[in-house]
Design a protein around this ligand. Structure first.
Ligand code: PXL
Length: 264
């Protein structure tokens, strides 16, 4: 029997991040990937690889959710980049049509190609309409500062405080990711369950950000949950999977490397 893992996310045209990374992760972890596309990001190599962003029409997002959820009894979903308030409306509506065992929300806040005004609307809509539905959310340092309303996160206590504040927005579990920006030699993540915090560490692999790391972590949590793990075990395994993928990263002509999900 195969377990289904569903993802609602954007395409990143180089394949490093977004739904391409999510579906590779699902495949590696033995889950059958089902995907709904929300937007298309095409970096512009002529303009310093800046973001070009095109949303998929809201009705088409709704149609995809209808097709996917009608074809299979899905119960575990990852939410990646949504991109616009209109998309957030239809995704929130779609999610409310059925019960979910797990909703993993990677709170992708801004996309550089967007107007600042539009990005703020999108942040507000995500916080109000999507985060409260999450059983697990996985903000990076920037997203954690924004969602928790903290100017600085530079200690493990700060990571825990951020997680505590974000849990008050509704998610059952919060994973705050320190990443390469967080001081020290380790990539430190904190898993907060509403009461207690568990600190996860792995030695940093270099000091440059690797594309797709955040997408891969959230997708790996989703796949492990689809395969029956409890949240803490899913998060620990997902971190190991992602670290191995960063070690095995691929490089090309873009100025950033990307996670290879086959690293483990
Ligand atoms: O890594 C965040 C992310 C998620 N989803 C899409 C993206 C990006 C970053 O570029 O393009 C589609």
């Amino acid at each position: 029997m195969v377990n289904f893992a569903y993802v609602i996310a954007g395409s990143e045209a180089t394949g490093g991040a977004g739904i391409q990374a999510d579906l590779r992760t699902f495949q590696q972890l033995g889950a059958y990937g089902v995907g709904t596309l929300t937007c298309i990001v095409s970096f512009d190599p002529k303009a310093n690889w800046s973001h070009r962003f095109v949303p998929v029409e809201a009705q088409v997002v709704a149609d995809q959710i209808e097709a996917a959820t009608s074809a299979y009894d899905l119960d575990t979903v990852k939410i990646g980049m949504l991109g616009t308030p209109a998309t957030i409306d239809v995704v929130a509506d779609g999610l409310r049509q059925q019960q979910w065992r797990h909703i993993v929300v990677d709170p992708v806040l801004i996309c550089k190609g967007q107007e600042p005004g539009a990005a703020l609307d999108t942040d507000t809509a995500l916080r109000r309409q999507i985060l409260p539905l999450a059983t697990v959310t996985t903000p990076n340092l920037f997203e954690a500062r924004t969602l928790a309303g903290m100017e600085e996160i530079s200690t493990v206590d700060d990571l825990i405080e951020a997680a505590r504040r974000i849990a008050e927005l509704g998610p059952r579990y919060v994973v705050v990711k320190g990443g390469v920006e967080f001081p020290g030699d380790d990539a430190v993540d904190v898993l907060f369950d509403g009461d207690d915090a568990e600190v996860l560490r792995a030695p940093k692999v270099g000091d440059a950000r690797v594309a797709g790391a955040g997408c891969t972590l959230a997708a790996a949590i989703t796949a492990e949950l689809a395969n029956g793990s409890e949240v803490p075990e899913a998060v620990r395994r997902a971190k190991e999977f992602t670290t191995a993928g960063i070690v095995a990263r691929v490089g090309g002509n873009a100025p950033f490397d990307a996670v290879w999900q086959g690293g483990q």
